[in-house]
Design a protein around this ligand. Structure first.
Ligand SMILES: [Zn+2]
Length: 227
């Protein structure tokens, strides 16, 4: 009998990769009661009223139905053929407040993550160059090198990977994110692991993701499962 890798307590409920408890907990956050949508529409109606505009009952009703349908469809896509444990872990870790201390832990996680990826994704950078770059990122976030040293490391590494300037999210983007400043990220700062996962989707197995998440964020995941 497989044990749920999120809570490490209950058996997996097939076809999902997690137990019923973890499934139900995440399902609740994607199937909001109608009152939530009604409240949001009421807020919008009052905002419009302040501007002298009327949001009709018919429009309100249509907006509520649309939002509920949209959420249900999103949930359907997430579940697919079975809810993934990696998806839940990402939600649990991304809901943590991204303080600098927590960000240093994210960087340490990424250090291990990059080592698991196929080095050809970073060609022509050598293993040593990648390690030096990641070390500079860790040193910067841990306050051991200055802002000018950070910039120097970034420029040097960008030169090595000049031909790989990503127009889209790739493994190279993930590597660069390690050394970029908070101001560079906007909303991504709060959806850090979701973005990393999307950038390298298919490059690593679920087993590796789970192993890395449990190594670095065991307490946060357990706290999510037990709350
Ligand atoms: Zn569970």
């Amino acid at each position: 009998m497989d044990i749920c890798p999120v809570c490490n307590l209950k058996p997996v409920l097939k076809p999902h990769k997690v137990c019923f408890h973890c499934y139900e907990k995440i399902e609740r956050s994607y199937n909001s009661p109608r009152e939530i949508f009604e409240k949001s529409q009421e807020k919008q109606r009052l905002e419009w009223l302040e501007k002298g505009e009327i949001l009709s009952q018919e429009t309100i009703e249509r907006n509520i139905n649309f939002a509920m349908k949209d959420e249900a469809e999103t949930w359907g896509r997430i579940v697919g053929d079975g809810l993934s444990a990696v998806f839940i872990m990402i939600e649990a870790i991304d809901e943590q407040e991204p303080s600098i201390i927590f960000h240093c832990r994210r960087i340490a996680f990424m250090h291990d993550l990059i080592h698991q990826l196929n080095p050809s994704l970073f060609f022509p950078a050598t293993d040593e160059e990648i390690d030096n770059f990641m070390q500079a990122a860790s040193d910067f976030w841990n306050g051991q090198i200055s802002e000018s040293e950070r910039q120097k490391a970034k420029i040097e590494f960008s030169t090595i990977l000049e031909d790989k300037k990503p127009s889209d999210w790739t493994a190279v983007s993930v590597l660069h994110w390690m050394i970029n400043l908070q101001g560079h990220f906007d909303w991504m700062w709060f959806q850090w692991f979701e973005c990393i996962y999307d950038a390298i989707v298919g490059e690593l197995s679920d087993e590796i993701w789970i192993e890395l998440f449990q190594k670095h964020f065991k307490d946060e995941i357990m706290q999510w499962a037990c709350s």
